[in-house]
Design a protein around this ligand. Structure first.
Ligand code: PMP
Length: 361
């Protein structure tokens, strides 16, 4: 690390970003390049910022190996806005879309899509409190698209395979984008709120096949039409300048470390360390029923004795571990291990679990 790490940040998002992003980002607040201006005061129409947008698009395309069939867009409103922007643009009132229900975020996306057309929920793991990724479903050919949530931030499950289908796949990748290589040619559209692996909150990345976004299925307000952003280089209105700049810095960092393959091997190594301890330590149990569906990004777990939960949290606090409490709807614990979380932080968590075992085992 290039700066003294104050906390081991296992927060689910906004979350830890690379140290170089914090450093470069704070420099740019004082002066952006040699513009004589802060990044916070430059015009979004300036040459300097246009270059930031160009480089950000190019980096996203390079990291994912995108073909020229795809457009990279920077939007606002978070992934939650994509829950309705996707069906508004891609689903006609008389048409159907398929959804896979693997958690709270999927079910929110489903509820929004129902406002615009027919929704067919092809599979759901709701009855087990979302403890696995369903595999047993067929994808009817008449669907306009099939929507899935690649990583279920709250419940700790993740797709490690993609459904085979001829209809365009649409994925909410908010909590695992850039964590591993993805064959984007299998997807029609991918979206992600930035505040985990991309950058700070405030910008939403959308990667979409050009043919899908060229003609919306209904009359739309200008700002809710993907085509507006595609036609205007994501600069139709004032974009979140600073959030895009920091996202560019994060993508540069990913590229410097070796791209998405390198991210995946780092993430596998960190998750491997954590899950090995979880499976070994008799005082903890994992939440996810299907071990093969465990998330490399968000590991959910509990203390076997619920009354000891507070004691473990105290030990974590003493070790400088923060953000480890489970989502308010799920309880227990959740260790979010995004790209920028150093392996050292996972080691500290593992040591803390061992110390807990010594004290209470
Ligand atoms: N989808 C997933 C998978 C998420 O993890 C989150 C937020 N944590 C959202 C959607 C909602 O994102 P936003 O807050 O950017 O609207």
């Amino acid at each position: 690390m290039h700066y003294p790490m104050k906390k081991h940040n296992f927060g689910a998002g906004p979350s830890i970003l690379p140290a170089t992003v914090f450093e470069e980002g704070s420099k740019a607040i004082k002066e952006f390049g040699s513009t004589g201006l802060s990044i916070l005061e430059i015009s979004h129409r300036s040459k300097a910022f246009e270059q930031v947008v160009e480089e950000s698009k190019a980096l996203a395309a390079e990291l994912f190996g995108l073909s020229s069939d795809y457009e990279v867009l920077f939007l606002t409103g978070g992934a939650s806005t994509q829950f309705f922007m996707v069906p508004m643009n891609l689903l006609g009132a008389e048409e159907s879309a398929g959804y896979l229900d693997t958690g709270s975020w999927s079910s929110k996306a489903i509820a929004e899509a129902r406002l615009f057309g027919s929704v067919e929920v092809l599979a759901s793991s709701k009855s087990t409190n979302y403890s696995y990724i369903p595999r047993d479903f067929e994808v009817p050919a008449h669907l306009q698209y099939l929507h899935l949530t690649s990583n279920n931030t709250i419940f700790g499950t993740q797709y490690h395979w993609w459904p085979s289908t001829d209809v365009p796949l649409v994925a909410d990748m908010s909590s695992d984008i850039f964590s591993r290589p993805v064959d984007v040619s299998r997807f029609g559209l991918i979206y992600a709120g930035a505040q985990k692996n991309i950058g700070p909150a405030g910008v939403t990345l959308v990667i979409a096949r050009k043919d899908l976004i060229s003609k919306a299925k209904r009359q739309l307000p200008t700002m809710l039409n993907y085509k507006t952003f595609a036609d205007n280089n994501s600069l139709y209105n004032t974009p979140p300048v600073y959030a895009i700049y920091l996202s560019m810095l994060t993508m540069r960092w990913i590229k410097t470390l070796g791209g998405l393959q390198a991210m995946e091997s780092m993430n596998r190594s960190k998750a491997g360390l954590f899950y090995a301890e979880l499976d070994r330590n008799p005082l903890f149990k994992g939440v996810v029923g299907a071990v093969e569906d465990r998330s490399l990004m968000n590991a959910t777990f509990n203390t076997v004795q619920p009354e000891l939960e507070k004691r473990f949290l105290e030990l974590c606090n003493e070790a400088g571990i923060i953000g480890i409490e489970g989502h308010r709807s799920a309880g227990g614990f959740r260790a979010s291990m995004y790209n920028a979380l150093p392996e050292e932080s996972v080691r500290v968590l593992v040591e803390t679990m061992r110390a807990f075992e010594k004290q209470f085992g």
